[in-house]
Design a protein. Structure first.
Length: 272
């Protein structure tokens, strides 16, 4: 199995982005694609079906199947991950994918808390480090096996309802400044309860998760828009560009300028 491309699109509303990500297309023999929608409103045409985009929905597109994202409400722009991967020459994987296509004839709701699974997948697969790339492959295959088995861990557990609601509020507030008091107040729970259940489910405190969401959005803006770093910093609610750059480097390992340069280099290589 080989990753052909993994992309993260934050707030699909720029005309150039819509023209590219919203085009009707199909992939070659042996190439499959997963779309994981996190937020926004629109539709996803996948083969003979058209599905309303719902936060947390996962869609499988087999080779040769025409698909298209329809961004119909720019006031609620779509945010999503797409994973394009090749199974050529791997008979065991073809068997797994045949079952996955059958199991995902309709989109599967896995909740929005898996966004960091896909973010880590993107980060590791593009790291250039052979061991991390191999780890990303194994992690993704494990994820596919869980989907086919119909028993992926912790999906839809009732005790996670506050966590899912908290994540939804954070996602809608990425360009604002949300604090723990206001978040727990909107959920009607104590700060202590929210921190405890959130850390149990997501393995990090809620405000660190919120900071990661901002960095995740920054990565998408740096890789797919021409917005200046100062503008991105301001849009995401940072007090100044220095604080944004420091927070970005702490998570990603590169400054925003270095990260954008790496993305441009990768795009040039892919189109050469």
């Amino acid at each position: 199995m080989r990753f052909e491309d993994i992309v993260f699109v934050y707030h699909l509303r720029d005309e150039r982005q819509i023209a590219w990500h919203g085009r009707r297309h199909a992939h070659r023999e042996g190439e499959y694609e997963l779309h994981y929608f996190i937020s926004g409103e629109g539709s996803f045409r996948n083969g003979s079906g058209t599905w309303t985009i719902r936060p947390g929905s996962l869609h499988m597109t087999p080779p040769g199947s025409v698909h298209q994202i329809l961004a119909t409400n720019l006031r609620k722009p779509i945010t999503y991950f797409a994973v394009l991967f090749s199974a050529s020459g791997d008979q065991e994987l073809f068997g797994l994918l045949d079952r996955a296509v059958d199991a995902m004839a309709r989109p599967v709701d896995i909740g929005t808390s898996h966004r960091f699974f896909f973010a880590d997948l993107l980060e590791r697969s593009s790291s250039g480090h052979a061991d991390l790339v191999e780890a990303s492959r194994h992690s993704f295959l494990s994820f596919l096996y869980g989907l086919v088995a119909g028993a992926p861990s912790s999906y839809g557990a009732p005790e996670n309802s506050h966590v899912e609601k908290a994540i939804a509020i954070m996602q809608a507030s990425i360009e604002d400044n949300l604090d723990l008091d206001s978040l727990s107040g909107r959920l009607g729970v104590s700060r202590e309860h929210l921190v405890r259940v959130f850390a149990q489910r997501m393995r990090m405190p809620p405000m660190r998760y919120y900071s990661r969401l901002k960095i995740e959005a920054a990565r998408a803006m740096l890789s797919s828009t021409n917005l200046g770093i100062g503008t991105i910093s301001e849009k995401l609610g940072y007090e100044n560009q220095f604080g944004f750059s420091r927070a970005f480097k702490n998570v990603v390992g590169f400054s925003p300028t270095e990260y954008r340069a790496r993305c441009l280099q990768k795009a040039d290589f892919a189109h050469s």
